[in-house]
Design a protein. Structure first.
Length: 118
């Protein structure tokens, strides 16, 4: 499951994709003026407006991910021993993608079993 990631990283990925999409639309819209002259001004206006909306959406997503990150629980991943943040009852490590939980009902290994192995 290397393709699964932590929830905070998933939010940041969507923010990055919207940023790149918005910038791409703005550049393509502006290129409309180069290719079609004065007729491309409409294409430029549409590209710039849609790109601006995508950039504002990415700003909102980054802000939301930042607010979630400040209230996330920090814990040490039992697999890679790095400090990671967890949202909700279950999440994945940001580094090794190990599934983490703080709910004893969902855990497959208890604290006693972990202490015996260390």
């Amino acid at each position: 499951m290397k393709f699964k990631s932590a929830k905070i990283n998933a939010f940041r990925t969507w923010g990055l994709l919207l940023t790149l999409l918005g910038m791409g639309l703005m550049i393509l819209g502006t290129a409309g003026i180069v290719f079609w002259g004065s007729a491309g001004k409409v294409i430029a206006a549409v590209g710039l407006v849609i790109g601006l909306v995508a950039m504002m959406a990415s700003l909102a997503i980054y802000f939301w991910a930042g607010m979630l990150s400040t209230s996330a629980v920090q814990l040490e991943c039992p697999e890679c021993r790095k400090l990671t943040k967890m949202l909700g009852k279950t999440d994945r490590c940001m580094f090794c993608h190990t599934i983490l939980t703080r709910d004893p009902q969902l855990a497959t290994v208890t604290a006693e079993q972990l202490e015996r192995t260390e």
